[in-house]
Design a protein around this ligand. Structure first.
Ligand SMILES: Cc1cc2nc3c(=O)[nH]c(=O)nc-3n(C[C@H](O)[C@H](O)[C@H](O)COP(=O)(O)OP(=O)(O)OC[C@H]3O[C@@H](n4cnc5c(N)ncnc54)[C@H](O)[C@@H]3O)c2cc1C
Length: 511
């Protein structure tokens, strides 16, 4: 038997440092002697975007031992309770601007009735689904924080994740992982990769520096040095389904007089994509994700600058190219790809960092201590990841393909059946007659469960034809009381919860 003693991670972006931290914590808890070395280049920069997270981040930070207040302060972070989708359903005009929320809180439960079915049956869609079933929609509308100052760290009244400064998060993770978790750090630009019977044998700068390992983790970003260039793992292209391929990113300082920051990511649909708007303590991260097949880069920049308004003057824009798809085998031989090198499904639902957390935790939980164990563990890992990538692609497509927008070819083509996967088409067909239920999300590897689908479907105006079996069970009178209580709770939340900006400033020790 050949033991795995040395793990080498290539890449020091969010994926490299998060993976290093999670593995190092696991190895130290299990008293394992495995040594981790992380190599990063000082010449090739990290992507520097990626500012919205999943609620899983609370667990991850706690697990690796980062204090929440230290994190909020260092990363200029804020709370994220939802994604607010603006103008996705209909083409905006001077009179109308639609929006809906994908909330982190699941729809409220009421004894004896199903609130979703009640809303579908009788409410005439007023208020909209999210406001009908969750007080969190009102909490977001009022820019309130998800908890109070006095509450224990990492606890919530309304479920949350974070918005963060990706560069500062990388620095915090690097410092924490080296100083407190004992990961070795090496600055080197990998120019040469040597292979042996197990897969990757060593990486070197092509001259005198060479680092050997038993197991390699490719976190080299879109360069995909190990899994792509060296091991040639097949790339599954998703660009026929998800059209966006570029992004323009801008950092807009907060107005000194500004007293509010949103506690949701704001995603506003545009003629060839969408603009993200993420409020941090000191600035907003704003960017346009678009398809270069449907707009010119110059026009995209004009669109972004128009969105930002007068504050754009003098600010630079960074253009990024995105590969949308995934590796059929994220794990090949003795190498696992985590982060961009393994796949990316465009940032609409901020899934990338959550996929890094998932990959690192899964790897930590089933780390092969002997090389002979690798093929079996890899097979399982690849099955899980292929499933997850496909489901993420479908969930993101759902936002586009239900739109009633026909103002540009981008939206027209996004609704063509040929751009929708068979699996998603089958679900949409079923849900025309039976609204989605837990039975449709039985696999524990779903990244998005029933409530996420409900928020998007009903937010986008999807209307199932309720069968008599469901309609006959509804109780409009009781439902009305529950909807009214949710509304009161939501509006009244301002008496219980602090203003979001005030809360993060206090937690960060800035007041
Ligand atoms: C427009 C946009 C918006 C996004 N928004 C979100 C979001 O809101 N939420 C979210 O979860 N995700 C988001 N993402 C994804 C997120 O940015 C990435 O998942 C995250 O940054 C991880 O990137 P990475 O570490 O894989 O790669 P990178 O950040 O590109 O890091 C690659 C690392 O590899 C190193 N490297 C490369 N080549 C070599 C070499 N030859 N030798 C040595 N080292 C090398 C580099 O130095 C660097 O350290 C977004 C992505 C884009 C494009």
């Amino acid at each position: 038997m050949t033991e795995v003693k040395n793990v080498v991670i290539v890449g020091g972006g969010t994926s490299g440092w998060l993976t290093a931290a999670i593995l190092a914590k696991k190895f130290s808890d299990s008293k394992s002697q495995i040594q981790i070395t992380l190599i990063e280049s000082s010449e090739i920069l990290t992507i520097g975007v990626g500012e919205g997270t999943f609620p899983t981040m609370l667990h991850t930070l706690q697990y690796i031992g980062i204090d929440e207040r230290e994190f909020l302060k260092t990363c200029q972070a804020s709370f994220k309770q939802a994604i607010k989708f603006v103008n996705w359903r209909k083409t905006p005009n001077s009179q109308s601007r639609d929006y809906y929320y994908h909330l982190f809180n699941a729809p409220a439960q009421a004894q004896g009735i199903d609130l979703t079915n009640e809303w579908l049956a009788y409410r005439g869609h007023k208020p909209d689904f999210a406001h009908a079933v969750s007080a969190q929609a009102y909490i977001c509308d009022q820019n309130l924080g998800p908890r109070n100052l006095e509450a224990a760290d990492y606890s919530w009244k309304a479920k949350y994740a974070y918005h963060l400064d990706a560069g500062k998060f990388g620095e915090l993770l690097r410092h924490h992982t080296i100083k407190r978790l004992g990961v070795k750090h090496k600055i080197m630009t990998v120019a040469k990769v040597e292979q042996n019977e197990y897969g990757i044998a060593s990486v070197s700068d092509g001259e005198e520096e060479k680092i050997s390992g038993d197991f390699f983790i490719d976190c080299s970003g879109f360069a995909s040095l190990l899994i792509g260039k060296a091991l040639r793992s097949e790339w599954v292209d998703k660009s026929k389904q998800l059209f966006v391929d570029h992004a323009l990113a801008m950092q807009v300082p907060n107005d000194k007089e500004k007293i509010h920051i949103a506690s949701s990511t704001i995603s506003t649909a545009q003629e060839a994509g969408w603009i993200w708007d993420i409020g941090l303590q000191n600035r907003r991260g704003i960017g346009y994700v678009y398809s270069s097949a449907y707009t010119e880069h110059e026009r995209a920049e004009e669109t972004l600058r128009r969105y930002v308004g007068p504050a754009e003057t003098g600010l630079s824009v960074k253009r990024l190219t995105m590969n949308v798809g995934y590796r059929k085998q994220c794990w090949k031989k003795n190498c696992v790809a985590v982060g961009f090198s393994g796949g990316f499904m465009e940032p609409l639902e901020a899934t990338a960092i959550a996929m890094v957390e998932t990959a690192a935790l899964l790897l930590a939980g089933s780390f092969p201590e002997k090389k002979e164990a690798i093929p079996a563990v890899a097979q399982k890992f690849n099955q899980i990841f292929e499933y997850r990538w496909e489901k993420i692609a479908d969930f993101i497509k759902l936002h586009y393909c239900l739109s009633e927008r026909r103002d540009s070819q981008f939206w027209i083509d996004n609704c063509k059946r040929s751009s929708i996967s068979d699996a998603l088409k089958a679900k949409l067909e079923l849900w025309k007659y039976f609204p989605p239920s837990e039975n449709d999300f039985a696999n524990k590897n779903e990244m998005f469960g029933l409530s996420s689908y409900q928020y998007i479907l009903y937010g986008m105006g999807f209307q199932p034809d309720l069968p008599l079996g469901i309609r006959s069970l509804t109780n409009a009178q009781k439902a009305e009381q529950v909807f009214s209580a949710i509304r009161q709770q939501g509006i009244g939340a301002k008496d219980e919860l602090s203003d979001h900006m005030h809360l993060v400033s206090q937690l960060s020790g800035r007041h």
